[in-house]
Write a protein that binds this ligand. Structure first.
Ligand code: NAG
Ligand code: NAG
Ligand code: NAG
Ligand code: NAG
Ligand code: ZN
Length: 438
């Protein structure tokens, strides 16, 4: 999408510096992202007929909307909710069209820039550290997250080991934390990744929260102690490091990686469509400018290749694969690429059912659960399906809060409740693994 395209590279290089200055000069009243979202709207639409869905697809293409839900125009269909971010210069045309055609809609955000600047979801003058040390209730930049990992690697060497599994397209290290009590005995493992999609900031915040909770409660909580004694957790707090960084400096709503394409101006690949499992079929796009672009070939993205290599190498030990996304409030399991039931469905299904109940017990927040294809939408080439096909029996994707009120701009105030309830779900799934499935 052109709208998501990059500003000139010179401007891109200046932006982080500008942000820094603005933070100093205008705390609270910043021109974040150069005010590029001023007047943009987020609108929820529900096409009631096939004709309406068809008409919407056409106008989305024309106006180059940034689709928030679902992730690709091809998934827009009769009866499904779509949330679109429409640039300011296209919103009048879209609203006129909607009134003319009588398609149901609701404006979720009148002015996206204002939502951003409320400081609800962006670093402003707030401290990056809390009184007691690290602040887990704000979103952290990539640099901050990596510094945090280095720090833990030094201070908690008994439970944590940090290593790199490769380099991103732009040359950043792909760091993973191995968490768990070191013992000589054979241990099964759980893989957790966050931030495959850059703009889903609650993901990395959850990965950090998970590590914090593990370290904090290892001694006092028997469940956590059991988890860390019997298992290793491989945790990758930011999978798509280049994209995440870009979402802090240039485009808050960037989703893909940052790899260049020799024939198109658009860059980036959807790192959750780039896996060798029904690659580039339904629910993925062959066009480099689309947000669900599958890439030129499977594992074309160095980030995907690095994780796939790691999982291939360790698949004998890895019993579960968990991937964290936003937003939708869902707990999904395979398949993504087809409507079919996995073998041993009942074990996975009951793990999901219990996890969702555990999550709900905290604040009453409801999650839907089920196969990704029928619960969310069909998508091919996803990491979850790939992990499952490669022999990891429990594979899940979480779509964290919310259901569209804030969407990708989930306020920092909601990091704590979101992570607290999600933590219970993850512990529940993990304990399920340690038992034999009936
Ligand atoms: C809105 O502005 C962008 C960039 O300034 C331009 O590329 C796009 O075509 C415009 N859209 C409409 C509907 O005018
Ligand atoms: C983590 O710490 C160990 C030593 O305790 C060190 O060998 C290793 O290089 C560190 N990891 C990173 C990524 O710096
Ligand atoms: C998992 O959640 C269920 C409720 O859904 C609860 O009954 C069970 O005790 C939980 N198990 C663990 C180990 O937390
Ligand atoms: C299904 O369960 C059986 C028996 O418990 C096991 O041998 C088999 O590997 C499982 N298959 C999958 C795909 O997990
Ligand atoms: Zn996602």
């Amino acid at each position: 999408m052109k709208f998501l395209g990059k500003p000139s590279s010179r401007r891109a290089a200046f932006l982080p510096l500008c942000l820094l200055f603005l933070k100093i000069l205008h705390p609270g009243h910043s021109h974040l992202y150069s005010s590029r979202y001023a007047g943009d709207k987020v609108i929820r639409l529900i096409p009631n007929t096939e004709e309406e869905a068809y008409a919407l697809k056409k106008i989305y293409q024309q106006l180059k909307v940034d689709l928030w839900q679902p992730s690709s125009i091809s998934q827009v269909s009769e009866g499904t909710v779509t949330d679109v971010h429409i640039p300011h210069n296209g919103s009048r045309a879209l609203l006129a069209f909607l009134q003319e055609t009588n398609i149901q809609y609701k404006i979720l955000m009148e002015d996206l820039q204002k939502v951003l600047e409320k400081g609800s979801s962006l670093p402003t003058q707030r401290s990056r550290r809390s009184v007691s040390g690290y602040n887990y209730e704000v979103y952290h930049s990539l640099e901050e997250i990596q510094n945090w990992m280095h720090h833990l690697n030094k201070t908690h060497s008994g439970l944590i080991h940090m290593f790199s599994i490769g380099k991103s397209y732009e040359g950043r290290s792909l760091f993973v934390l191995k968490l768990g009590r070191r013992s000589r005995a054979y241990k099964r493992a759980v893989w957790i990744d966050c931030g495959i999609h850059a703009r889903e900031w609650i993901g990395p915040a959850f990965c950090q929260w998970f590590v914090k909770e593990a370290l904090l409660t290892y001694r006092s909580d028997p469940t956590m102690r059991k988890m860390l004694n019997h298992l290793y957790f491989y945790i990758m707090p930011v999978f798509n490091v280049d994209g995440y960084h870009f979402s802090w400096t240039n485009d808050r709503f960037w989703r893909k990686t940052r790899s260049r394409n020799s024939r198109f101006r658009c860059c980036g690949v959807d790192a959750n469509r780039n896996w060798r499992v029904k690659w580039c079929d339904e629910g993925a796009s062959m066009h480099p400018c689309d947000d669900t672009y599958c890439g030129p070939f499977p594992e074309s993205e160095p980030e995907v290749k690095a994780v796939a290599n790691f999982l291939r190498k360790h698949k004998k030990h890895i019993r579960a694969y968990l991937s964290f996304h936003a937003y939708a409030q869902m707990l999904l399991y395979p398949y993504s690429y087809k409507y079919a039931t996995i073998p041993n469905f009942s074990c996975v299904e009951s793990a999901a059912y219990k996890a969702v109940n555990a999550l709900q017990s905290v604040y009453g927040v409801q999650y839907r659960y089920g196969p990704a294809s029928s619960t969310l939408y069909v998508s091919s080439g996803s990491s979850m399906d790939w992990a499952y096909k490669n022999g990891i029996p429990y594979t899940f994707a979480f779509e964290l809060r919310d259901t569209g009120h804030f969407g990708f701009l989930l306020p920092e105030m909601l990091i704590k409740p979101t992570c607290t309830e999600t933590m219970l779900a993850v512990k529940n799934i993990t304990m399920h693994l340690l038992k034999k499935c009936p």
